[in-house]
Ligand binder design. Structure first.
Ligand SMILES: Nc1nc2c(ncn2[C@@H]2O[C@H](COP(=O)(O)OP(=O)(O)OP(=O)(O)O)[C@@H](O)[C@H]2O)c(=O)[nH]1
Ligand SMILES: [Mg+2]
Length: 338
């Protein structure tokens, strides 16, 4: 039996959550059953009530606002507990066209991709502010250059499908946004990422996620930068070390040339610069080896987490939801299967 779970992280989404849930197709080729799971992140409006009315099957409820990234990982875990073979994440603001979910799911069912991103046509979003539009484009270009992603990949789109294996493997450590970190983590795990162009709708309500474009650029940028550092530090440090050692060697040869021609005394500065560059290069190389050791540890920890999650969810096809601290979270089975 193949199961699709559509997860919706929601924070004060009473305006749109009903429409979003009602638009989700329940009959999909290659899928036997579809569940809708809402992660309510301490909403203070009628999000939960309206999600129930609109037909949400499960609601994971945080008593307090814990942030989108935490809610997303909780959503993945709850979906895995429900026996999900494919997980689709969508937003609660009606930004994405839920009727196109089959297109997101199809490459995963066909075994052609582990993650499929519904890339919005950003140019077609007339209500998106100039700063956000260009911010998104710049971030997409940086990721394309650094990670070789296909040209139309919309890295901050939340409209994505994940295979069960991808959901078991992804780690989310950020407290803010998960979109960039999960992509970097997926690339590190050699998961196959596909992108499908699925135009999004304009949203006029204020963002629940970002207080201002400036703070979003800073916070999301920090998450992306830290993920880059965590995953690519060895390469960056060895490259910087190679440049310094090479520059030092050239300066040394230059000094040697003048020295042998009897003019060494006039070129002591290049000797000092060369030595400094080589010492700094050697220092960076040492740091690179420490980074490599840390990376090995991270990989082992991630492999352990993967095996642990796999074991935990191995027999989860009977709709048991995860044990969660009652203080923080309540899990409601809205419409249990008969
Ligand atoms: N769980 C949880 N969800 C949140 C939080 N902030 C935002 N969300 C949800 O995350 C989704 C994305 O938030 P949005 O406010 O739409 O973010 P946005 O600024 O419009 O960004 P894009 O939709 O990517 O353009 C929505 O479903 C929100 O309800 C939060 O603190 N916790
Ligand atoms: Mg949105």
């Amino acid at each position: 039996m193949s199961t699709l779970v559509v997860i919706i992280p929601a924070y004060n989404e009473e305006e749109n959550i009903g429409d979003v849930i009602r638009e989700i197709p329940r009959q999909l080729d290659g899928i036997d059953r579809t569940f809708v799971l809402v992660i309510d992140d301490g909403s203070r409006d009628r999000t939960v009530e309206l999600a129930r009315e609109a037909g949400a099957d499960f609601i994971v409820q945080h008593r307090h606002n814990r942030g989108l990234a935490v809610s997303f990982r909780d959503g993945l875990d709850a979906a895995l507990s429900l026996g999900a073979d494919v997980i689709v994440n969508t937003d609660g603001d009606n930004h994405y066209d839920q009727s196109r979910i089959p297109e997101l799911v199809e490459p995963i069912i066909a075994g052609e991709a582990d993650i499929v991103i519904g890339s919005r046509q950003i140019g077609g979003l007339s209500q998106m502010t100039f700063a956000r539009r260009w911010g998104n484009r710049l971030a997409n270009s940086i990721f394309r250059i650094l990670y070789g992603l296909p040209p139309d990949t919309d890295i901050s789109s939340g409209f994505r499908a994940y295979s069960r294996d991808a959901a078991l493997r992804l780690s989310v450590t950020s407290k803010y946004t998960y979109t960039h970190e999960t992509l970097i983590s997926a690339l590190d795990h050699r998961l196959t990422i596909a992108s499908k162009l699925i135009p999004a709708r304009d949203v006029t309500r204020p963002s629940r996620l970002m207080s201002s474009v400036g703070s979003h650029v800073f916070r999301a940028g920090s998450v992306a930068f830290m993920s880059f550092v965590v995953h690519r530090l060895f390469r960056v440090l060895t490259a910087a070390s190679a440049v310094l050692v090479l520059a030092g060697a050239v300066l040394w040869v230059r000094f040697l040339y003048f020295f042998l021609s009897g003019d060494g005394g006039g070129h002591l500065q290049s000797l000092v610069a060369a030595s400094l560059a080589i010492i700094l290069g050697a220092f960076l190389l040492t740091a690179a080896f420490f980074a490599a050791i840390l990376a090995k540890n991270r990989q082992l920890i991630e492999e352990m987490l993967y095996q642990q999650r796999k074991q935990l969810h191995e027999h989860d096809t009977d709709l048991t939801l995860p044990e969660v601290p009652a203080e923080l979270t309540a899990v409601t089975k809205v419409a249990p299967e008969d």
